[in-house]
Write a protein that binds this ligand. Structure first.
Ligand SMILES: C[S@@+](CC[C@H](N)C(=O)[O-])C[C@H]1O[C@@H](n2cnc3c(N)ncnc32)[C@H](O)[C@@H]1O
Length: 281
């Protein structure tokens, strides 16, 4: 069981406020082709199909038992297509990505740090050249942006480590140049039921695949923090902190770090310093 948890990282999003906020961010019209790349027991799928009868959903899942449960659950629902695949390595999806993507929307809580065999890691390194392959969530993020059509929307709940750690420089560059970020909410991992990891907070990122680098560069977005409880996600409250960041400006910094410091002088010092901690460590 513990080994299974290490492989699949099956922590399900059993939180109404998180689900509502994430689905609202997709702003569905009702006829989209949607991807759930790591479906679990279908927590995102159920509320979407209950209010949008014309959407089509591809639900991918690697774990055999979880896949079988999904098959049974959606057997009588023609709008949900359940497939047992490794989303990161599936050849059909790679083909769709190489053709410019096919989905109008992607929503996910991908596995964080899912364990892979040495052989699979080699494959991932080759497929995701330049990306940090030891951590699965950023590979899912990259993969799902690739799978979107131009103008397609993505909402992910993931740790906040991609925002400023040096090892995620490549994914930040990819996001900045290929997408228009809508917003990023930052909050403690304890808001997620049964999770409280000490190494990072959680984030919910909403973005749209950009038609061009130029359009991505013109985009500004807000990082939102200082929530007092999970119910405040997606709501306005006076004590919340909104930091506006411009993608072109972020791309002009050393490490493309998304700094959410309120004091611009501190952010400037960090961004412009030629010496970074990892050079010393
Ligand atoms: C963190 S859970 C999230 C499940 C669900 N989306 C939710 O939010 O409750 C991640 C799920 O991804 C599945 N998974 C892990 N690695 C995968 C992969 N490479 N391809 C497809 N599914 C994967 C796991 O079995 C697990 O069900």
């Amino acid at each position: 069981m513990i080994q299974e948890q290490r492989i699949y990282q099956a922590y399900y999003t059993k939180s109404e406020p998180i689900l509502n906020y994430m689905i609202d961010l997709l702003a569905l019209k009702g006829n989209e082709y949607i991807l759930e790349p790591c479906a679990g027991d279908g927590v995102f799928i159920d509320p979407i199909i209950s209010t949008n009868s014309k959407v089509k959903i591809d639900a991918f899942e690697l774990n055999t038992e979880t896949f079988r449960n999904l098959l049974v659950k959606y057997a009588s629902n023609a709008s949900v297509n359940v497939k047992q695949i490794d989303t990161l390595l599936d050849i059909d999806l790679t083909f769709q990505c190489s053709m410019g993507g096919k989905y109008d929307a992607v929503i996910a809580n991908p596995p964080y740090g899912a364990w892979r065999t040495t052989e699979e890691r080699k494959q991932l390194k080759k497929r995701y050249n330049g990306f940090y392959a030891k951590e699965s969530y950023s590979l899912f993020l990259y993969r799902c942006i690739e799978a979107l059509k131009i103008g397609g929307k993505l909402v992910f709940i993931i740790p906040d480590t991609y925002l400023n750690l040096h090892r995620y420089t490549d994914i930040r560059k990819y996001i900045l140049t290929h997408t228009k970020i809508k917003e990023i909410a930052l909050f403690p991992s304890s808001y997620f039921p049964d999770v409280n990891f000490g190494y990072a907070n959680l984030s919910i990122i909403a973005l749209e695949k950009s038609q061009s680098v130029k359009k991505a560069m013109n985009n500004s977005f807000q990082m939102i923090k200082r929530f007092k409880n999970v119910e405040e996600l997606g709501k306005n409250a006076n004590h919340l902190s909104y930091i506006t960041l411009n993608q072109k400006k972020l791309l002009s910094t050393n490490d493309f770090a998304f700094l959410s410091n309120h004091n611009p002088k501190i952010s400037y010092c960090i961004e412009q310093s030629p010496l970074v901690i990892c050079a010393i460590a």
